[in-house]
Design a protein. Structure first.
Length: 432
């Protein structure tokens, strides 16, 4: 019987699903894609995949419930399951204890890491489930000419060395070009997404994330903006050009809503109490924030405050990403974010984050013309601008070049250039 090359990925993020499909299909795997746990169970029962990749946080049926139902089917008792989540280091132990899952890694992940992980679990499992069943029924074949285990190990080591070199060369040189030039066409041709789902995509070295978000605000876009880089994975949710929420994860760095609550001096809480509520929320498949309010741990007003702070931290992390790719797609707000009540003007969220960015080369050009937008006065009235930024407002009314603004301002040239950049990246000024 031929080797089972079917891989099932269950993740509510369409961008993650497509990235997994693109990476693994290039290695000859057949990838089955499900956007939620119910669909994932249906595909698993129909196709009997060799490996299952599952996200932890999903609407309606989270990863915990999915694995529980999957393991109840005897056909999947030994199928390797890989947990993919920004929280995998935290929940991995619980999954291992409950379902025997020992394979997990975090978002964002390198394409090379994904391929290596699939190879690892397939190697650990020996043969695919269908092959194991056949071997159990028919008995292991005997062959007097079969190679010894030692010679087979040496042969496999040699193959692995060559494979490693090929894979590294591919992902270091060919894959970035493939991602940049053919991602959209490939996805459409394979039918993974509909033609009208992807609004825009691009390279962050050509268009900064702040500029993308200003575009979304000015054109009143709605959907999910996903950002991939070597060390960061982020998602920003937008509704009619206004900011709704953001999440971001970096390898080895994870900050959760409960961490923010516990670190806030204005709120006292017992970590044990929070941990208990989090566990109950996970078991009942409801958002943690909603569970905290229901238990009376925090008020609904407190929850909105902490969610906004959490989202601001995530947005600032995403804004610092200068290399990678972004994808803006039409997508409904996820189940676990439906209770968020705030919709914030994009410039209010951007202005704090862009102040931390390095000065771009454009703003070293004295011939650059910076003109303030009407929103700049609104931001000043709301107290969002620094003293330096506010002092430049009148100088940016005419078509002055940046060099002239520096000459006419009493501020240091470096402060003027950085302030102009902040106003531009926050959508409060234009440049030409």
């Amino acid at each position: 019987m031929s080797e089972n090359k079917k891989i099932l990925v269950v993740d509510d993020s369409p961008t993650v699903r497509r990235l997994v499909e693109l990476v693994l299909s290039q290695r000859g795997y057949e990838v089955l894609s499900a956007e939620n746990g119910e669909q994932g169970l249906s595909l698993a029962r129909e196709h009997l995949p060799a490996v299952v990749l599952v996200d932890f946080v999903m609407p309606r049926m989270n990863g915990h419930m999915f694995c529980k139902l999957l393991r109840e089917d005897e056909r999947f008792a030994n199928v390797p399951v890989i947990l993919i989540s920004s929280k995998s280091e935290v929940v991995g132990q619980a999954f291992e204890e409950s379902f025997g899952i020992v394979h997990f890694f975090t978002k964002p992940f390198e394409p090379e890491d994904l391929v290596a992980k699939i190879e690892e679990v397939l190697d650990d499992s020996g043969t695919a489930p269908a092959q194991k069943s056949a071997s159990a029924d028919q008995g292991a074949p005997t062959d007097d000419a079969a190679p010894s285990p030692e010679s087979l190990d040496r042969f496999l080591d040699s193959i692995n060395d060559r494979f490693d070199k090929v894979v590294r060369n591919y992902f270091q040189k060919d894959f970035p070009v493939l991602m940049k030039n053919v991602m959209e066409d490939t996805l459409r041709e394979t039918g993974v997404i509909k033609h009208q789902t992807l609004i825009m995509n691009g390279d962050l070295t050509r268009m900064s994330l702040a500029e993308v978000l200003c575009f979304c605000a000015n054109t009143r876009q709605s959907g999910r903006l996903s950002i991939f880089s070597d060390d960061t994975f982020a998602e920003i949710f937008i509704e009619k050009g206004r900011f709704v929420f953001a999440t971001a994860s970096q390898k080895g760095k994870h900050k959760f809503l409960t961490d923010l609550i516990c670190s806030d001096n204005r709120f006292s809480c017992e970590p044990q109490e929070l941990a208990k509520v989090v566990e109950e929320a996970r078991n009942n498949n409801i958002p943690v924030g909603q569970a905290l309010v229901a238990k009376g741990v925090i008020t609904d007003e407190d929850l909105m405050y902490y969610l906004q702070q959490h989202a601001q931290d995530a947005l600032n992390t995403a804004l610092a990403t200068t290399r990678g790719n972004f994808f803006l797609e039409m997508d409904d707000l996820p189940f676990n974010l439906e209770d968020i009540k705030f919709r914030i003007p994009m410039y209010q969220m951007l202005i704090g984050g862009v102040r931390e960015l390095a000065l771009a080369e454009d703003f070293t050009n004295d011939e650059l013309v910076v003109t303030r937008m009407p929103l700049c006065a609104e931001a000043a009235q709301e107290g969002l601008l620094s003293e330096a930024e506010q002092s430049l407002m009148l100088l940016l009314d005419g078509a002055r070049t940046l060099g002239v603004v520096c000459q006419e301002s009493s501020l240091d040239d470096a402060v003027v250039r950085r302030s102009c950049q902040v106003l531009y990246l926050a959508g409060l000024a234009t440049i030409r």
